[in-house]
Design a protein around this ligand. Structure first.
Ligand SMILES: NC(=O)C1=CN([C@@H]2O[C@H](COP(=O)(O)OP(=O)(O)OC[C@H]3O[C@@H](n4cnc5c(N)ncnc54)[C@H](OP(=O)(O)O)[C@@H]3O)[C@@H](O)[C@H]2O)[C@H](O)CC1
Ligand SMILES: [K+]
Length: 497
């Protein structure tokens, strides 16, 4: 499913119009689809207010109110702007609403808003959508504040009023939705840390824009269904060499667990062979946890003897770690993933990545990405899509920017978003487990972007499954996720089990 900016959504509308789908038709489709989606959250006995604003979002509101009334719900359509503000397609649907025998109520002052809210159980926000610019003006601001304070169910159409569709906007006032029915495609703000909570839960309703006419968007969600579709199959006649021979360069005397978890996660994800290059003193702590792995010395490791290398977890941030990562970056010929401490020390010679011919994969969380880019964490969280794209293009890398919505960017700028996982993953060790899964995926997948995206979903989806099956978000450990992988593979593909 594509993820769009406001501009890309308008281009889609335009393309649909050129294909003969008039704006009023799209509005009818949008309003009806949203109404049928919203009623899943409404009881027949509920009293509903539909707040209608000046633009096409408001036009959707007239269609929604008419559809709800047709279905036998008790709904009032409340226009929050003067009549002359209702124009174009929205005016057509206002006319149809009135011709159907319904009355358009008006919002005139604050007492009105309070009165409406006192006698409502459900509020549907069809005030503003992707057209919002800058902070909310009156009367929207007051109505939004009243709605947010009232004890009722808050539903929204396309976007909660006031939430910007795009990234980069820090300050805004907005309607706090419990659930949002998103029109046609999710907008960037549905995935950003500071805007996503305003949506509540959300899902997307399809409004009939033919995909053939939609301008291509190189940004989409990657889900469990996509993993099922693309997961590498395991041939019955395969041998250990067929599934990838990986090297994990990580761990140290004080941080042995990281290399252990990365290696075990790689093996649990199906890697054929895993070798570990760590500090000699760390071997006794690591080996009982991954008996299947072999060990090699860092001084003599053969970086080109592997199908994939993952480096950096638990190596520390001192001069030795820096020299190690420099050596790995300049001598590894195959695909190379760098994580954790490796990213920290990489900062000084990022330019070397441009010279690599095989794929480089960097897996930062926002703090590590801020360090790599010299931006603040706040900037990274405000504009993760554009910063990730610029960085991936500049250094020619695959970037896995981790978070509640993980953004995976290819060197050509194509982006995927994984929304699986839960707050139980916000814990030491989660990144190590993910690095191991990704190491296997990068060795086995025909498409690097598909493989990395699937690796992220495997990790998050497993965390969700493990929490559903008895662990909680409080006690979930990275090792629980690693040991949950077999259950995930079992549910994903019959050819694997
Ligand atoms: N294919 C589709 O996606 C379809 C989407 N539809 C719906 O249409 C909206 C987008 O409609 P649009 O009219 O472009 O925009 P809005 O409805 O969000 O709002 C436009 C009005 O907003 C006023 N505005 C802008 N910023 C502010 C602000 N800060 N405070 C108050 N008012 C603001 C602006 O007023 P002006 O006075 O500035 O002109 C506009 O009047 C989309 O989200 C979907 O819900 C269609 O139904 C069909 C297909
Ligand atoms: K809205």
């Amino acid at each position: 499913m594509d993820i769009v900016t406001a501009q890309e959504m308008y281009e889609r509308d335009q393309a649909a119009a050129e294909a003969g789908l008039a704006g009023t038709m799209l509005m009818e489709n949008a309003g009806r689809a949203a109404a049928y989606d919203l009623v899943k959250h409404i009881q027949k006995s509920d009293r509903i207010i539909v707040w209608i604003g000046a633009g096409s979002n408001g036009g959707d509101g007239f269609v929604i109110a008419r559809t709800l009334l047709n279905l036998g719900y008790t709904a009032e359509a409340v226009q929050v702007v003067p009549d002359e503000k209702i124009k174009g397609d929205a005016a057509v649907h206002k006319q149809i609403f009135q011709a159907s025998g319904h009355t358009v109520k008006k919002w005139t002052d604050v007492e009105d808003a309070e009165g409406y809210l006192l006698r409502a159980d459900v509020s549907i926000d069809a005030m503003l959508g992707i057209g919002v610019q800058g902070d909310l003006r009156e009367p929207y601001k007051q109505i939004v504040q009243h709605c947010n304070e009232a004890s009722l169910l808050r539903l929204a159409v396309d976007l909660p009023t006031g939430v910007p569709a795009d990234e980069g906007v820090e300050e805004f006032t907005a309607y706090k939705a419990d659930y949002t029915s998103v029109i046609e495609a999710p907008k960037l703000s549905a995935f950003l840390q500071h805007t996503q909570p305003w949506y509540g839960q959300w899902s997307v309703v399809e409004i009939g824009i033919p995909s053939q006419v939609s301008p291509a968007v190189r940004r989409s969600m990657w889900t469990v269904e996509d993993v099922k579709r693309t997961l590498p199959s395991r041939d019955d006649h395969s041998h250990k060499g067929s599934h990838g021979k990986g090297l994990v360069i990580g761990g140290s005397l004080l941080m042995p667990g990281s290399a252990a978890m990365t290696s075990r996660a790689a093996l649990r994800s199906g890697a054929g062979l895993i070798a570990i290059a760590t500090e000699e003193g760390a071997v006794p702590s690591i080996s009982p946890y991954v008996q299947e792995a072999t060990f090699v010395e860092r001084e003599t490791m053969e970086l080109s003897a592997y199908d994939g290398v993952a480096a950096g977890m638990g190596i520390g941030r001192g001069a030795d770690a820096r020299a190690l990562v420099h050596h790995v970056v300049t001598h590894t010929k195959g695909p190379l993933l760098i994580d954790a401490d490796g990213l920290y020390v990489l900062k000084d010679f990022l330019g070397k990545l441009e010279k690599r011919e095989e794929p480089t994969i960097l897996t930062p969380h926002p703090g590590e990405f801020a360090h790599l880019t010299g931006r603040s964490i706040k900037d990274v969280l405000l504009s993760p899509f554009s910063l990730a794209e610029a960085f991936a293009r500049r250094y020619g890398v695959y970037l896995v920017l981790k978070g509640p919505s993980t953004i995976i960017t290819a060197p050509d700028g194509e982006q995927r978003v994984d929304v699986t996982g839960n707050s139980g993953l916000a814990k030491g060790g989660s990144g190590d487990a993910l690095a191991g899964i990704l190491l296997t995926m990068l060795m086995q997948s025909e498409s690097m972007l598909d493989g990395l995206s699937s690796g992220c979903v495997l990790h998050g989806h497993t965390a969700d499954r493990v929490v559903q099956q008895g662990r909680s978000k409080v006690d979930l450990l990275a090792t629980d996720v690693i040991e949950g992988l077999p259950g995930t593979f079992r549910t994903l593909s019959s050819s694997i089990t």
